[in-house]
Design a protein around this ligand. Structure first.
Ligand code: BGC
Length: 383
């Protein structure tokens, strides 16, 4: 109740201030500007970028589901630019958002915005990426990110034919040359993915089944700022030049995200690998994440080995459930209250499961669930 009253008062002041300043600024979306009334509560949804289709799908799914519940939604994408995201969140607050759902670009960069939100009594839901170093994060909805990494590590082993928990029948013993890639170090998830993957790969490195020929096995060495495809392509090119100029071959690449996988595959193709895993000079086993349509096509075509499917519709649903609970004065139900320490507190979380997708799983996991149609998979483009 006090949360709501505090918010309404703050909203009124801020709305007046905004009106005096001449109305909407750059980047404003469909926000009501007068949030706080019980009839029309408004929710600010801040997504990192539109360069990856998963975030577009997330944004659309959250917006659609919130609107179906009768909320007004201000959905903004920040173009992977930290100041833009800060400004967009600031603006959501000044326009009277009643709740915020944020997938941060840099998990540590929004502290002052979150303080302003807390001062205005606005609950903050951290979406997929944990917002760090702030007391003012009320809830976290995500997937089990450590398990994503474990699934990626196992998918690499499965692709190479090495026995693992997901495919105990593997008989290959190696040694296989692999290289490792990680995500952006300002994204908390990057550490969970990498640690999860290394929990299954490190023992195989230690026993000689896998060889990281470059010697680059620390997350700082293998990270990819802002998850940029071109950066991954460049690093793969550099690795081929520096570590594989003696006629040795790369057999596998741990990649944490489909966009990076496509950059890595391009570098490998340019160096004469492929075109497919079955080719005479085989494309290495490359993992991925997000089931982006361009990568699903590559998997269907036998070029990329696997991806990890995270159903953004279900994540959106959990974000909506959490927002609704807060707006009704309740605490959302968490299914994990231990894993996600943001540096200041353990943030109560709702974590969803993930699925590994190889070629044979595309129909049952992605098409049957209507995430992608058969036509989209065939063309490699979303309709
Ligand atoms: C998400 C991944 C995504 C990556 C790059 C991570 O925070 O959890 O699903 O692949 O960001 O966008």
């Amino acid at each position: 109740m006090s949360r709501k009253l505090g918010l309404t008062a703050a909203s009124a002041v801020l709305a007046l201030t905004l009106a005096a300043c001449g109305g909407e600024g750059a980047g404003s979306g469909s926000g009501s500007g007068g949030g706080g009334s019980d009839e029309e509560q408004s929710i600010g949804v801040s997504m990192p970028t539109q360069t990856s289709e998963r975030w577009i799908a997330d944004g659309d799914a959250v917006k659609e589901q919130l609107e179906a519940e009768g909320y007004t939604v201000d959905l903004q994408f920040a173009g992977d630019d930290i100041p833009t995201q800060s400004q967009q969140v600031d603006q959501m607050i000044t326009q009277g958002a009643d709740a915020l759902i944020i997938a941060a670009i840099d998990g540590t960069a929004l502290s002052s915005q979150l303080q302003a939100a807390a001062d205005a009594g606005i609950p903050v839901i951290s979406y997929d990426r944990l917002i760090r170093d702030s007391e003012n994060v009320d809830f976290y909805v995500s997937f089990d990110n450590f398990k994503v990494g474990v699934a990626q590590g196992n998918a690499l082993l499965t692709g190479l034919g090495i026995a693992n928990d997901d495919a105990p029948d593997g008989t290959a013993t190696g040694p296989f040359n692999i290289e490792l890639f990680a995500g952006s170090l300002d994204d908390n998830n990057a550490f969970f993915f990498f640690d999860g993957a290394m929990s299954v790969l490190q023992p195989k490195i230690d026993d000689g089944t896998l060889v990281v020929k470059s010697g680059q096995t620390d997350i700082e060495q293998v990270a990819t700022l802002r998850w940029q495809q071109e950066t991954a392509q460049k690093r793969m090119e550099d690795l081929l030049t520096s570590s594989y100029n003696d006629g040795s071959k790369v057999n596998g690449v741990l990649s944490p995200y489909d966009g990076l996988s496509r950059g890595i595959i391009t570098a490998l193709q340019n160096a004469g690998y492929g075109p497919t895993i079955d080719a005479a000079n085989p494309m290495p086993i490359v993992t991925g994440q997000d089931a982006e349509i361009a990568s699903v096509k590559l998997i269907a075509d036998g070029v990329q080995s696997s991806t990890i499917f995270k159903d953004t519709r279900l994540l959106a649903e959990q974000a909506v459930i959490a927002a609704q609970a807060f707006l009704e004065g309740n605490e959302p139900e968490a299914n994990d209250t231990e894993s996600y320490d943001n540096g200041v507190k353990v943030v109560p979380s709702y974590l969803l499961p993930v699925e590994t997708v190889f070629t044979d799983d595309i129909q049952s996991v992605l098409i049957d669930s209507e995430y992608w149609t058969a036509d989209e998979v065939a063309s490699g483009q979303a309709d």
